[in-house]
Design a protein around this ligand. Structure first.
Ligand code: NDP
Length: 488
């Protein structure tokens, strides 16, 4: 297991475009994590794990499973009210124990369902990609990720679009033709599945923590802080693998999380039909808008290999439990809410939200595409019909070598510094607006994504400032706003 998987490069010159570096000299167990002590080249994730960070970590580990359960229980038990259980906790009429007792118990069916899903996705994960040959413009098949700080270029079988398509076609065929079981089976066992997902989320997080210590995939791509809890939350290994091709991060993020999203939404729509004999236009809108997001992800899975999730974030509880539990239970909350509160939107409202969703999707996609094109062609491309303007930057990689990179000033990257996040935020708003205006519960998503992306802006800018120094300041001076021109 400790073998070098993927190709280890002697000269990690590609790191120039990949944005990561190895902290320290590979003696990572004794690595210092105090940001102020960083030497040139130490611009990756590094943390001063102080008391406040410790307390934050403990708070995240203890509260997030409860928040996910609380949001889930709000609909079946408290008529989708976010405040009712809290008010009852505060006035003493509901104890924590009584609340837990109202949650559905763990059952064998939920284990079988989760097990079947994982086995099916594992099977699809290993099938060679065919879509890459038949779909013009789609980048599937064997692809390589960014060069890691320790110089590994990992190989991936990019076939997510294929597995997603087969999964969804089977799911729909089962509902309308084979009728083996109702697609509403997910929502019917949603509470029971919550416990199984937690067992998996915690179990895999603990496993990768142990693996990182005992049999790491790439020992020099690990990061340790002085805090056990911080390492558990943020992960130690960058790309833990089993064998040469099973990549935990891609499998969990893509095939457990993103692939389940649309299947869960279809289950909600099915349940609404079973309950009321019709599917509301709001439910269709939620399915369509989420569907765009999920299909975009799978169409661009090769691009996803170069994003912060895969390139920078290590694999720990944050990503692992987050994908097993947080994503399915909180990102799909809008459809779940509509099962309990079927909402028919007036036609103009429906059209307005659809336009907002599509327009913000187009911005999100165009921004990500512009950076990808610019970096892939090393600036030899056209952005909005013109040769792009950019700032040429020097920076130091982990081996102490001076390297070069470019910051794009044209197109969307000249409008604000994170216009892709802006597109994402407005899409998220459209997802929530699609549920109508009666309850705040389905608006949890936009609240959470706003926090997540604002935090990302901060984390990313800190990292870019450390990496590019005064050239980052020059970029900020040329493009002064982060998300919305003239406002923020
Ligand atoms: P980005 O794709 O914005 O990547 C940030 C990196 O891009 C920086 O670290 C820097 O890396 C490089 N960069 C910054 N400015 C420039 C510039 N002007 N020119 C060229 N390169 C630049 O961020 P993410 O990976 O976080 O996000 C990818 C997408 O995924 C986004 O659309 C985001 O909205 C979405 N997302 C959605 C989430 C959700 O839960 N809904 C969660 C996370 C992401 P370098 O070191 O290479 O210079």
């Amino acid at each position: 297991m400790t073998g070098m998987q993927g190709t280890r490069r002697q000269d990690p010159s590609n790191a120039a475009t990949n944005g990561i570096t190895l902290m320290g000299d590979g003696n990572v167990g004794q690595m210092k994590t105090v940001a102020d002590d960083r030497k040139p080249g130490e611009w990756g994730r590094a943390w001063n794990v102080d008391l406040l960070t410790h307390l934050t970590v403990i708070c995240i580990l203890l509260t997030t499973p409860f928040i996910a359960l609380y949001l889930h229980m709000a609909c079946p038990e408290f008529d989708c009210s976010v405040t009712a259980p809290l008010a009852r906790f505060l006035d003493g009429s509901l104890t924590f124990r009584a609340f837990l007792e109202r949650a559905p118990p763990l059952n064998g069916l939920a284990f079988k369902m989760a097990g079947s899903w994982i086995l099916l996705q594992l099977f699809f994960y290993y099938i060679p990609d065919v879509f890459g040959y038949i779909l013009p413009g789609y980048a599937g098949g064997i692809r390589y990720g960014a060069v890691t700080p320790a110089g590994h270029e990992l190989k991936y079988n990019v076939n997510g679009l294929q597995s997603w398509t087969i999964t969804n076609v089977l799911w729909i065929l089962n509902g309308v033709y084979f009728k083996w079981f109702s697609p509403a089976i997910i929502v019917d066992n949603w509470g029971q599945l919550f416990w199984v997902a937690n067992i998996l989320g915690y179990g895999v997080s603990v496993f990768v923590m142990i693996k990182a210590h005992l049999f790491p995939t790439h020992a020099h791509d690990r990061k340790f802080s002085s805090s056990f809890l911080y390492d558990f939350l943020m992960g130690i290994e960058l790309n833990p693998r089993l064998g040469s091709m099973f990549d935990f991060k891609l499998f969990v993020n893509s095939r457990i999380g993103m692939a389940s999203w649309s299947v869960i939404n279809i289950s909600y729509a099915w349940k609404q039909y079973e309950n009321y004999g019709y599917v509301t236009n709001s439910m269709i809108l939620v399915n369509v808008l989420h569907g765009f997001y999920v299909i975009d992800f799978f169409w661009n899975e090769a691009w996803y290999l170069k994003t912060i999730d895969i390139q920078h974030d290590h694999f720990g509880f944050y990503l692992c439990w987050g994908i097993f539990v947080w994503l399915p239970w909180t990102y799909t909350l809008q459809g779940f809410y509509l099962v309990y509160h079927p909402t028919q939107l007036p036609k103009p409202v429906f059209i307005g939200i659809l336009v907002l969703g599509i327009a913000s999707y187009c911005i999100f996609r165009a921004v990500n595409h512009q950076k990808d094109l610019f970096r892939r062609t090393n600036g030899n491309c056209k952005i909005w019909g013109k040769k792009p303007e950019f700032i040429e930057c020097d920076y130091y990689s982990g081996d102490g070598k001076k390297r070069r990179s470019k910051l794009l000033l044209s197109g969307w990257w000249g409008v604000t510094r994170h216009m892709n996040y802006t597109g994402d935020l407005f899409q998220s708003l459209a997802f929530c607006l699609a549920t109508g205006f009666d309850h705040i519960l389905p608006y949890f998503y936009i609240t959470f994504i706003s926090g997540l992306l604002l935090n990302r802006c901060y984390r990313d800018e800190q990292s870019c400032k450390l990496k590019y120094g005064e050239n980052w300041d020059k970029y900020c001076a040329r493009v002064p706003y982060r998300l919305i021109p003239g406002i923020y």
